[in-house]
Design a protein around this ligand. Structure first.
Ligand SMILES: O=P(O)(O)OC[C@H]1O[C@H](O[C@H]2O[C@H](CO)[C@@H](O)[C@H](O)[C@H]2O)[C@H](O)[C@@H](O)[C@@H]1O
Ligand SMILES: O=c1ccn([C@@H]2O[C@H](COP(=O)(O)OP(=O)(O)O)[C@@H](O)[C@H]2O)c(=O)[nH]1
Length: 794
């Protein structure tokens, strides 16, 4: 199928035009991450629709500019008299501060001519102008991708014109908490319009969650399995974080001109360590906070004075707005003060440049930087962090990254994350970065470089296209329970080994239920982990003895695990035993085929949506891995950095809990280092009755089971398997059905005959459990199995 054409609509075109004659124009690249990111789109036929950065009032000017821009794949939108109140006013003085938690500035309320309403009117007018241009250039089959807060009304205009048009809207800034968003007078109109799009995208799950909350609180719409439902129309809401075009930076930093710049700059800086800041001179970038933190560092680290410098590139932006002029003055004030305080005749600690710089020089600076300091108070993503990583050379620098930048979720594992409001914390991080060992710098860089290389702009756009053209996004709201809450048991007793063995020898129809992970596997080291759970293998010392147990006609052995069928096949295929995979949802005797034990009513529509979220966090949490099966999903971060893993799990849970996942019958269990989602009722205990039915039926069992030993290292919710066999419960147990169509024929009314002394439930390594007894580790299980075999043979 031919790829559809992409019409990208954003406020600014990638180039800013300047008139050089009646019919001639020159161009410079427009600043900001949106432009640099979208320039990386190579694989689609793309037309870019936006404002060229100048007002053009005459017909000749408009015509010549349109022709020149057409050669660059760009189509101009002339905003003329609405531009000021639209761009400087509504977009950047109202929406921008609200979206970045700065609140609305008071100015517009006091100005008689520029009011909230006049700016909103300009916004509506401007969106109409954008619409007219898109309409003129739209061809059937095109995908229209609207970017950012400047064009929130555009999706509605487009859909009203042609409901078949494929329309996406992506927000490059944060979407704030609904408490903040609610203050916006036109809050409902904007949300309603955005919801007319087919797909709405954000950089992070937090932003998506806030958006969904705002839709639910303000519009009263529902977040369902497919996205947001508003008056019968479904809008999919997705998270796809933007990247850079890594090759562009890697290749540029190898150019000889760039290498020359690197040498020159190093020489200019006189051997001092370089801390670099690259930001538009915007209130949200926290540049004054950065200066204060650096001042604190110099204040507290006398030894570093004269040996380190901070170079801040403060790219001019939005000069027509009062707040932006104020922030410039503020920065100059701090620089003057700190340089006066810590400077010397030969050098000053801060170089602050109110200008943009040439791309090659930027790459050279990134390459020789020792510390990149990003202190955004809020930031949609922050591409500068990724660009720095892509340009790093032999001696790697350290990334200090604000936890309030969207990039924190993707690059946090290889960075020092800071709260930019905490001056002391940032100052300490500067010290840590400057003193970091070579090995640690390498390690951190490797993690982030891998991420930056594999999450490019192109991939971001591909994901958008894929989602727009298909129906991928699916989500549900679910309940979250912690593993600790589920394990509401008592302190277990030490296992009375002597009784276990004695009762075993006395009995004639025994049932042994054994877990796999942590029960029959060997404890393993970090580096042995392959990352997908597949390399867990049977404890080598248990193999022979287990075979012996399984071949005893008086003993039935069941391995009951959350692992999928193939893993149990691989590890236990050669034994004469029962395998209960996916917490008992599939059952097989090793001499036969797998049969499903999934109850008919169970619904698994939520799986794809949850998998999507889990994959996102797996990609962004080095060392974590995803275990997927047909009935449950587990995200495990036991081999990730503990603190970062916990933080990511919190983000993930909040998202699952509050946002896109609704109305499904699922349980979420937070393990110590994992998050598991499964259909309600998928527990080992609830599966036990069906497993038992299958076994009894297959064995044509006539005598009741007179001995049960159940050992596991189970999650709290699976502890119901221990109580399943408690005598008071089993007394009530009816003859178990083997399956819906296949009921047991020769089963006596009491399948299990347990009086208390012939039932042993054992939890491994738990201080609180529903099991009666505990063992410390799988090594103890191995020993016990050895003893059972020995005594049985004696
Ligand atoms: O065009 P300006 O008004 O000068 O502003 C430049 C851009 O600033 C914002 O960039 C955002 O997009 C980046 C890429 O997704 C992201 O990394 C960054 O955190 C955001 O602040 C704005 O959203 C763009 O529309 C502007 O073009
Ligand atoms: O003199 C410069 C220095 C940097 N940048 C680019 O500006 C973008 C900033 O993007 P980011 O996402 O960090 O923040 P934004 O400015 O979009 O808020 C990056 O691609 C930088 O390479 C620029 O255009 N001119």
């Amino acid at each position: 199928m031919a790829r559809p054409r992409l019409l990208v609509v954003s406020m600014s075109l990638p180039v800013t035009a300047k008139r050089t004659g009646e019919e001639s124009w020159s161009f410079t690249m427009s600043p900001g991450g949106l432009v640099s990111a979208l320039l990386g789109l190579k694989e689609f036929e793309t037309k870019w629709i936006g404002w060229p950065g100048v007002d053009v009032h005459d017909a000749i000017g408009k015509k010549t500019l349109s022709i020149t821009l057409a050669e660059k794949g760009c189509i101009p939108v002339f905003l003329e008299e609405v531009c000021d109140q639209y761009y400087n006013g509504y977009c950047n003085n109202i929406l921008w501060p609200i979206f970045h938690y700065l609140g609305t500035p008071p100015e517009y309320r006091n100005d008689a001519t520029i009011t909230y309403q006049s700016q909103y009117d300009a916004y509506k007018k401007a969106n109409q102008i954008f619409f007219d241009v898109v309409k003129e250039h739209y061809e059937e089959g095109d995908v229209v991708w609207c970017h950012d807060y400047h064009v929130m009304l555009l999706p509605q205009y487009l859909k009203e014109y042609n409901s078949k048009m494929k329309v996406g809207w992506f927000l490059h800034t944060p979407f704030p908490s609904s408490e903040m968003y609610k203050t916006l007078p036109s809050r409902s109109d904007l949300l309603r319009s955005v919801l007319t799009a087919d797909l709405v995208g954000f950089h992070t799950y937090d932003f998506a969650r806030h958006f969904l909350n705002a839709c639910m609180c303000i519009l009263g719409v529902e977040a369902t399995s497919e996205g947001v439902v508003d008056q019968g129309k479904v809008t999919r809401v997705a998270v796809f974080p933007i990247g850079i075009e890594p090759e562009r930076f890697i290749n540029t930093s190898e150019l000889s001109e760039v290498v020359q710049y690197m040498k020159k700059f190093k020489n200019d800086f006189g051997g001092r360590k370089l801390i670099l800041g690259v930001d538009r001179l915007d209130t949200i970038k926290g540049i004054p906070q950065k200066y204060q933190a650096f001042e604190k560092f110099l204040e507290e680290n006398e030894d570093w004075r004269g040996k380190v410098m901070l170079l801040q590139i403060a790219v001019p932006t939005r000069n027509g707005i009062g707040e932006y002029q104020k922030i410039k003055d503020q920065c100059h004030y701090h620089v003057g003060r700190i340089n006066g305080r810590f400077g010397s005749i030969s050098a000053v600690p801060i170089i602050h440049l109110d200008c943009s710089i040439d791309f090659n020089q930027l790459c050279a600076l990134y390459a020789i930087t020792d510390v990149l300091l990003v202190t955004s108070l809020r930031d949609g993503m922050n591409l500068v962090s990724s660009e720095f990583i892509a340009c790093q050379k032999e001696e790697k620098g350290v990334l200090i990254l604000s936890e309030f930048a969207g990039a924190g979720q993707s690059l946090g594992a290889g960075a020092l994350l800071v709260n930019p409001w905490n001056i002391k914390e940032v100052s300490t991080a500067i010290g840590e970065a400057l003193n970091m060992s070579h090995e640690e710098k390498e390690r951190k860089h490797k993690i982030n470089f891998q991420y930056v290389k594999t999450h490019s702009t192109q991939q971001w756009a591909d994901d958008f296209m894929k989602m727009t053209l298909t129906n991928l996004f699916c989500s549900k709201l679910i309940e979250i329970t912690t593993n600790a809450e589920l394990r509401a048991g008592k302190a277990p007793l030490e296992l009375p080994e002597h009784d276990v063995i004695q009762q075993y020898s006395k009995s004639n129809n025994r049932l042994l239920i054994l877990g796999f992970y942590g029960t029959l596997t060997q404890p393993m080291k970090n580096q042995e982990r392959r990352g997908d759970g597949m390399n867990l293998e049977l404890h080598p010392q248990v193999k022979e003895r287990l075979k012996e147990l399984c071949s005893d006609p008086k003993t039935t052995v069941v391995v009951l695990s959350r692992s999928e069928k193939s893993i149990l096949d691989k590890n236990f295929g050669e034994y004469n035993m029962w395998l209960a995979a996916e917490n008992g949802m599939f059952l097989r005797h090793t001499s036969g085929e797998w049969v499903t034990r999934i109850p008919e009513h169970m619904n698994f529509e939520w799986i794809d949506g949850v998998k999507h979220v889990f994959k996102y966090f797996t990609e962004r949490t080095p060392g974590s891995y995803l275990e997927t099966s047909e009935t449950s999903l587990v995200w495990n971060y036991e081999y990730a950095d503990a603190e970062f893993g916990r933080a990511q799990a919190r983000d993930m849970l909040q998202h699952l809990w509050a946002g896109p996942i609704s109305n499904a019958s699922v349980d979420v269990v937070r393990g110590d280092q994992s998050v598991e989602v499964h259909a309600v009722g998928v527990t080992k205990g609830s599966a036990m009755e069906r497993i038992l039915g299958g076994i009894v039926h297959n064995k044509s069992m006539t005598a009741p089971i007179d001995y049960v030993l159940c050992i596991g290292c189970f999650l709290g919710k699976d502890e119901d398997v221990y109580t399943f066999f408690e005598p008071e419960v089993t007394k009530k147990t009816k003859p178990p059905p083997s399956s819906d169509s296949d009921s047991p024929k020769k089963v006596s009314s009491t399948i299990v005959d347990l009086k208390g002394e012939n039932y042993f439930s054992v939890a491994i390594g738990q201080t609180h459990t529903k099991a009666r007894y505990f063992l410390d580790s799988s090594d103890d299980v191995v020993q016990l199995i050895h003893k059972l075999c020995t005594h049985n043979n004696a």
